[in-house]
Design a protein around this ligand. Sequence first.
Ligand code: BTN
Length: 332
Amino acid sequence: MPPTSPTQSAILKFLRENEGTFVSGADLAAKLGVSRTGIWKHVRKLQEMGYEIQSRPREGYKLVSVPDSLGRREVVANLKTSWLGREYHYLQTVDSTNDHALLLAARGAPHGTVVVAEQQTKGRGRLRRDWLSIPNRGIYMSILLRTPLPVHTAPQPTYVAALALVKVFREKFAAPSFLKWPNDVLLGSKKAVGILTEMQSDQDYSRFIVIGIGINVNHSPEELSGPFRYPATSLAIETGKTVKRQHLLHEFFLQFEKDYEEFLQKGFSAFIPQLETYSGILDRKITLLCGNREIRGIARGFTQEGALLLLGEDGEQETVWAGDVTHVEGAV
Ligand code: BTN
């Protein structure tokens, strides 16, 4: 919950500027033109909102941690990116963050605009499925990208985003994570992230792309008991710890911005080694739904564009450009 009064915001700003040290109540009072008792009352309110503020007689106040809010004030204040999330829209409830981002795109919102909601009433998955959006547990977000891309390469930013999440899970949360091609992220062998990309294009180039990402962060096993088409898990379940969503969001923004720039410079072929290293399906027997067609085979590799090379049960190799992996042999 963001601070509700300008004095509370000013206290937080001052405490942040002096992070790690105590700020005396007298200094705060003088700076903000409020009595020391007034400062103390505002600090109490902030503590009730979840801000951890240590207070010591004679020394004053020290900001220890902020609540796990995905609100604009908290997220934008700590952004380390240059364009991603600089335009940040935070909503308590929305039908779908993708719909909201598509609307903003049509109104001219800039490249890198991010929409985040605490709750979605009509969160959408691929193939017209619903996406479970429990309030305050997950991250439900959409990212608007405006770089014109040849239409046949338009799925690639989705792979780049999914790989960025795999790397963040591994490197920042020590969680074994894999990519279930084309755009699900697994923790162990269960799904923790789904991505739905929507775009507008002319016949050659994309006009804009909206990457919608749903991350199961602090969901409990009961909340994910399903039924789902693919077994589900959350970062908290897999690591055994409650995760600060704000921290995850910042780490993802940093990684994705860096990777997206590399993708624009070098092309998608630079990401093929990662696609192979982090694949949760490579050399495994899989079942794949392509439209109405169900195919089985062994995932043999990826093309330079990121399409899947599948060795079918009939011994023929085929290139699959899109599909939904519904079963991986050996997985749960
Ligand atoms: C899938 O696995 O089928 C894709 C799920 C995508 C869900 C996210 S949550 C944020 C964004 N808004 C939506 O309505 N969907 C995506």
